[in-house]
Design a protein around this ligand. Structure first.
Ligand SMILES: C[S@@+](CC[C@H](N)C(=O)[O-])C[C@H]1O[C@@H](n2cnc3c(N)ncnc32)[C@H](O)[C@@H]1O
Length: 227
């Protein structure tokens, strides 16, 4: 039993993680070929290749996010990068469980620009009975995350790396003091995240950050008073 304690949701998550893991080998070899320069696809070709890939957040990282959201009683969560909705399901389960435990309400704002992924994600949210806790915004996050009403307790950055900083920049102004930002793979792709770290480390933005030893590194940043 994982931290989720919801057998039907667990079954759906297991099926989605299995499918995602099966696609990882194909993605790694595609990326290795690109890195070697053996195959130089255009940006559009890369987008087409990735368009049916789940690229789901690893289960242990997603469970860790669930725990952080429960511990902080998170009610407004932003997720940059929804894909087929795997991490969204963990975050929405945390909001649902916070609401059941202490009343009130809450929402996960997700965003995804691939229409097929967004529609598959919606079907998964329905199947899990979690749609009422999710506001999935279809389109480019540089537009969809412009409007955020109210303080954000938790943000997950699980997006193509070039979009990590734009997403964080849009949400930072809404993050409450003590708000948490988690970002995937920051150790594996440290140099590609240079602009993201520059934003995190700028004293005016008030973040304190550390890289946790999950596979590839998981960045845990907390919004504090700016220095
Ligand atoms: C790593 S995947 C997200 C996986 C998801 N968090 C999960 O655990 O299932 C990143 C997703 O971000 C989407 N994406 C990339 N750039 C985007 C942008 N500018 N606006 C919205 N979505 C974007 C991609 O289509 C992809 O599905």
């Amino acid at each position: 039993m994982s931290v989720i304690h919801d057998p039907e949701l667990e079954r759906l998550l297991t099926a989605l993680h299995t499918k995602s893991n099966e696609q990882v080998a194909a993605m790694r070899s595609y990326d290795a070929q690109r890195a070697k320069g053996a195959h130089s696809p255009t940006e559009d070709e890369v987008k087409v290749f990735r368009s049916d890939k789940l690229v789901a957040l690893d289960r242990d990282k997603a469970e860790f996010c669930y725990q952080l959201c429960r511990a902080s009683n998170a009610r407004r969560i932003v997720e940059a990068g929804t894909s087929y909705g795997v991490s969204t399901l963990y975050l929405a389960a945390a909001v649902r469980d916070n609401v059941h435990a202490a009343g009130g309400n809450g929402v996960v704002i997700g965003t995804e620009y691939e229409p097929k992924k967004a529609s598959a994600a919606r079907a998964h949210f329905e199947e899990a009975g979690l749609s009422c806790f999710i506001d999935l915004r279809e389109g480019d996050l540089r537009e969809t995350l412009r409007q955020i009403d109210g303080p954000v307790d938790f943000m997950l950055v699980d997006i193509w790396i070039a979009m990590a900083r734009p997403a964080l920049e849009l949400v930072t102004a809404h993050l409450r003091l003590g708000g948490i930002v988690v970002c995937d793979n920051t150790e594996r792709h440290r140099s590609e995240y240079a602009d993201y770290f520059a934003f995190l480390e700028h004293p005016a933005n008030g973040f304190r950050t550390m890289t946790l030893p999950f596979d590839g590194g998981l960045e845990l940043s907390v919004r504090c008073q700016p220095r």
